[in-house]
Design a protein around this ligand. Structure first.
Ligand SMILES: Nc1ncnc2c1ncn2[C@@H]1O[C@H](COP(=O)(O)OP(=O)(O)OP(=O)(O)O)[C@@H](O)[C@H]1O
Ligand SMILES: [Mg+2]
Length: 199
């Protein structure tokens, strides 16, 4: 079982979109997938249920539940190949706890949305987690791409300063992504992202 934590303490970076699209992609490829949604707004759970994706999705309140113990239990039961964790904005505890149980961290960063402004916080968290879990593999995913090339270059430069790999596969700014919540995921971009994070 591999755990994919989707984190960025910045709100609106694309965590929920990334979580649901990657989970759907993995399920399409025949993997046994589950989603854990740590966000009290339950956007991933709601989306998965509304769209009828057939992926088990559970909201977890980490103030009440022990995420590490829960992931340990899922690992020992062996019912899932891939577990995705969506995290809330501005909740450093949730982000850090997620990183501590993840094998792969996917960090969406939006172009032109001041998402790099808080990247330092996420960078410090990932580096803290990596001290205890050196096998954690972080990847930055550029979101809202192919719209403002100069801003995109600046964003990528900022992201590269973290020392984390920036995925070659990027998700463009598109109306169908903007309106994707609650619907069956369509775009092909996340298929490339999925391939790259597992390469
Ligand atoms: N590639 C894209 N193109 C256009 N709109 C997008 C794209 N990705 C995300 N959005 C829009 O940006 C908003 C934020 O996306 P999303 O909810 O996935 O971010 P988030 O990081 O989960 O936010 P939060 O921190 O509030 O949980 C949504 O309204 C979504 O429709
Ligand atoms: Mg979200």
């Amino acid at each position: 079982m591999k755990v994919y934590g989707v984190t960025n303490v910045k709100g609106g970076a694309g965590k929920t979109h990334t979580t649901v699209h990657l989970a759907h992609q993995a399920a399409q490829e025949g993997m046994r997938v589950a989603v854990l949604d740590l966000d009290p707004t339950r956007q991933s759970v709601n989306w998965i249920e509304l769209a009828g994706l057939g992926i088990p999705a559970l909201h977890i309140d980490i103030k009440q539940a022990d995420l590490e113990a829960y992931i340990g239990q899922l690992r020992s039961e062996g019912d899932f190949d891939a577990v995705f964790i969506d995290t809330p904005a501005n909740d450093r505890d949730a982000a850090l706890e997620t990183l501590m149980v993840s094998d792969v961290a996917v960090i969406p960063v939006g172009v032109g949305t001041s998402d790099t402004g808080m990247l330092g916080t996420t960078e410090r968290q990932v580096k803290r987690a990596m001290q205890l879990r050196p096998d954690l593999r972080p990847f930055i995913l550029i979101n809202r791409a192919k719209f403002a090339p100069a801003r995109e270059r600046e964003t990528v430069e900022e992201c590269l300063k973290t020392g984390f790999p920036v995925l070659g596969a990027r998700v463009p700014l598109r109306g169908d992504y903007q309106a994707a919540a609650g619907k069956m995921p369509q775009g092909q971009h996340y298929a490339e992202v999925w391939r790259e994070v597992n390469a």
